[in-house]
Design a protein around this ligand. Structure first.
Ligand code: 1CP
Length: 352
């Protein structure tokens, strides 16, 4: 350390993950994992069992703070991510959201323009006030060098749940709306976009150091529809946050968007871009320059473990050395992941 370097005062310049997002090549790279809190951890399952439903878990300040801490007690991650869910925005807008045991998320599907117009931001921050308390408690409690990430779903992905009433494979209902009734679809996207901007601003004000936008179903759209419903809303959110909170980086994740990642990066210009496992890293370094890249280990390799995992982790590191990069998975951890494989992964990266 240089003799004039000030002691660790907890200033955010000490946060390696923020250095990477500001365009610096940090080595070894900062690491965190999508869904790093969750069902693969026995302590998560124990807390979840006492919390009631999944929505109760997300809206209970003590429980959500506890499960956010759990992976940090086991692993030296560079970031904590707010424990919550992307479906908090529909909930904040007044839609009913619940999680049926073993079936995933359920919502009362939107069926008319009147139901779209009835969604309201009037009580949005009230309904979500627990989330802002969770963020501010986390920022006070986690180590100074650990980055606190807030997050939200991107509008297209959120719209699929709002129109389908839950998970979908084909997105048939949502697509019917966007092609049959584009004005109504646009009204919904606009409402969700505005709410998401307000939601992320409040998370940042409460202490989030950076935020991630999950567009998990971006790959369902192409051509003009990708431009209008994926690129445009992401661009509007990133621009609004740059305007109000210029020091807070945004990471975008237009998952599985393939070559459309290039147009996305050029138009949205996020500080960070999260890559799914199919994106070739040498291609990404050339075509997505200007963004700090994050990714992109296949989460199932973390289930397999052993030499196959070790080799792939080294390959990713070699490809990204010398480039602004955050090590992550290409999608969330799956429940059958052995926790000791995460230990192996983090130790390997720290040993580079
Ligand atoms: O039973 C349980 O305990 C619930 C499982 C679970 C968990 C742990 C759900 C339900 N959500 C979460 C937490 C969660 N979801 C986080 C927490 C922070 C973290 O540690 O990363 C985050 C960031 C999310 C984001 C999320 N929710 C996304 C985007 C990322 C992705 O996986 O693509 C999506 C699509 C959701 C919807 C959702 N919530 C829960 C499930 C099982 C799903 C996916 C359903 C589907 O496939 O449609």
């Amino acid at each position: 350390m240089h003799p004039s370097t000030p002691p660790d005062t907890g200033h955010h310049s000490d946060r390696r993950l923020l250095q990477a997002l500001s365009g610096t090549a940090v080595w070894p790279p900062p690491v965190w994992l999508m869904r790093q809190a969750g069902r693969y951890l026995p302590e998560y399952r124990a807390t979840r069992a006492t919390a009631g439903g999944f929505m109760d878990l997300c809206l209970s300040v003590d429980h959500a703070v506890e499960v956010t801490h759990q992976p940090l007690r086991r692993y030296q991650f560079d970031a904590a991510i707010l424990f919550s869910d992307i479906l908090m925005v529909p909930y904040g807008l007044g839609q009913a959201v619940w999680f049926a045991e073993g079936e995933g998320p359920k919502l009362t599907a939107l069926r008319s323009r009147a139901e779209i117009d009835a969604l309201s931001t009037d009580r949005f921050h009230d309904r979500l006030s627990a989330i802002y308390q969770i963020v501010s408690r986390l920022r006070a409690e986690i180590p100074a060098q650990t980055t606190l990430l807030g997050f939200a779903g991107a509008p297209w992905t959120i719209a699929t749940y709002m129109f389908e009433g839950g998970s979908s494979k084909s997105f048939e209902t949502a697509k019917r709306w966007l092609w049959h009734a584009p004005d109504d679809f646009a009204a919904l996207i606009e409402r969700v976009t505005d709410a998401t901007i307000q939601y992320l601003r409040r998370q940042i004000d409460a202490g989030a150091d950076a935020v991630q936008l999950f567009d998990s179903w971006a790959s369902a759209l192409g051509g003009e529809a990708f431009e209008r419903w994926v690129i445009e809303p992401n661009a509007r959110i990133v621009a609004a946050l740059k305007d109000s909170h210029p020091a807070t980086p945004v990471i975008c994740f237009p998952r599985a968007a393939g070559v459309q990642y290039r147009a996305f990066a050029q138009r949205v210009k996020p500080a960070g871009l999260s890559l799914d496992p199919t994106v070739p890293l040498d291609w990404a370094r050339g075509e997505l320059a200007g963004c700090c890249l994050q990714g992109n280990l296949d989460p199932l390799l973390l289930v397999t473990g052993g030499d196959a995992l070790r080799r792939e982790v080294d390959r990713i590191g070699e490809a990204m050395r010398g480039y602004p990069f955050i090590f992550n998975l290409g999608h969330g951890i799956v429940p059958q992941t052995p926790p000791e494989h995460v230990t192996q992964l983090v130790e390997q990266i720290r040993g580079w």
